[in-house]
Design a protein around this ligand. Structure first.
Ligand code: B12
Length: 228
C-alpha cells in the first residue's frame, strides 16, 4: 500500500526522506503553504521516520537552502521569515510527538547569546534533548549575559547549551563562556551553531569542559556518552 500526498507517492516501507520529498517540502515552504508543510510532516511521523531525520533532512536542509537563496536575492525577506515561522511551529509539533514521559532526571538549559537572533537551531537542540528524556529549558534568542548567569544559578542544569550563528558575535560568545566559568567553574557547557563552523571552534579550547557540537549526529553521541 502506498500513501499519496497530493502529487507525491511515498512507499511506507521505506521510512526515509527522499530527494523528491525534500523538494516537495521545500517548495511548500517557499510558497508559505503551512498546511501542506504540516501534512508532509504528519505523514513522516505516521511512517515512523526518526525525529533526527525530520529535523536534519527536512527542516535544517530547507532552511540552509533558503539562506543560500536569500543571499542570492532569489528569496524575499518575507518568504524567509514565513518559512522560519512555519518551521518553528513544526519543530514544536514533531518534538511533542516524539517526547517521552520517561524522564532521566537530567536537565539542560539551551540559550542563544546576546544579540543572536537565530534560534531555530537552538530550538531543535532543546527538542532533541527533550526526546531523549531530559528536562530541557529553551530560553531562545537574544539573552543578555547577566540573565543567563542568573538563570543558571537558579536552575543548576547538568548541561548548558549555547547557540551562536552569527560570526560577528563571537566575542560575545567568549565573554559569556568566561562569565559562566567564573561563576560556575565546573559547569559542563556545549556550544553549537554556524558561527563556529569551518575551524572557528578552536577559540573554545582555552576553556575546560566546553565542547563544540556541530550537528545532530555528534549531539546524539554526546547525549549517549553523557547518559552512560
Ligand atoms: C532564518 C534566518 C534568519 C532569521 C532568524 C529567525 C529565527 N527565529 O531563528 C533572521 C531574519 C532573524 C536572521 C537575521 C540575520 N541573519 Co540569518 N539566517 C537565517 C537562515 C536562513 C536560517 C537559520 C536556520 O534556522 N537554520 C537552520 C538551523 C536548524 O540550523 P543551525 O542554526 O545551523 O542549527 C544546527 C547546528 O548548527 C547545531 N546547533 C545550533 N545551535 C546549537 C546549539 C547547541 C548547544 C548545539 C549542541 C548545536 C547547535 O544544531 C542545529 C541542528 O542541526 C540562515 C541560513 C543558514 N545557513 O542557516 C541565515 C544566516 C544564519 N543568517 C545570516 C546573516 C548574515 C543574518 C543577518 C546579519 C542578516 C542581516 N543583514 O540582517 C541577521 C543577523 C541577526 C543576528 N544578530 O543574529 C548568515 C550568517 C553568516 C554567519 N555565520 O555569520 C546566514 C548563514 C545566511 C547566509 N547564507 O549568509 N536570519
Amino acid at each position: 500500500m502506498s500513501i499519496v500526498t497530493n502529487t507525491i507517492c511515498i512507499n511506507p516501507r521505506k521510512a526515509m526522506i527522499s530527494e523528491a520529498l525534500y523538494l516537495y517540502y521545500l517548495n511548500a515552504l517557499l510558497n508559505g503553504n503551512k498546511q501542506q508543510c504540516k501534512d508532509i510532516i504528519i505523514n513522516q511521523i505516521d511512517q515512523k521516520v526518526s525525529l533526527k531525520e525530520i529535523y536534519k533532512d527536512l527542516f535544517q536542509r530547507s532552511m540552509y537552502r533558503i539562506g543560500q537563496m536569500w543571499e542570492k536575492e532569489k528569496c524575499s525577506i518575507s518568504s524567509e521569515h514565513i518559512a522560519t515561522k512555519i518551521t518553528e511551529g513544526l519543530v514544536d509539533l514533531v518534538t511533542n510527538k516524539y517526547s517521552t514521559d520517561n524522564k532521566n532526571g537530567k536537565s539542560v538549559v539551551i540559550t542563544c547569546i546576546d544579540k543572536e537572533y537565530h534560534e531555530l537551531g537552538a530550538r531543535m537542540v532543546a527538542g532533541f534533548f527533550e526526546t531523549h528524556g531530559w528536562n530541557s529549558i529553551f530560553v531562545g534568542a537574544n539573552i543578555p549575559c547577566n540573565e543567563i548567569i542568573k538563570l543558571i544559578g537558579e536552575k543548576k542544569p547538568d548541561v548548558v547549551g549555547i547557540s551562536s550563528s552569527f560570526y560577528i558575535n563571537i566575542n560575545r560568545l567568549i565573554k559569556l563562556i568566561q562569565s559562566l566559568k567564573d561563576e560556575f567553574p565546573n559547569q559542563e557547557i556545549i556550544v553549537g551553531g554556524q558561527a563556529l563552523a569551518e575551524g572557528r571552534s578552536e577559540c573554545l579550547s582555552q576553556f575546560p569542559n566546553v565542547s563544540y557540537i556541530s550537528c545532530l549526529n555528534t549531539l546524539e553521541e554526546y547525549i549517549q556518552k553523557y547518559q552512560s
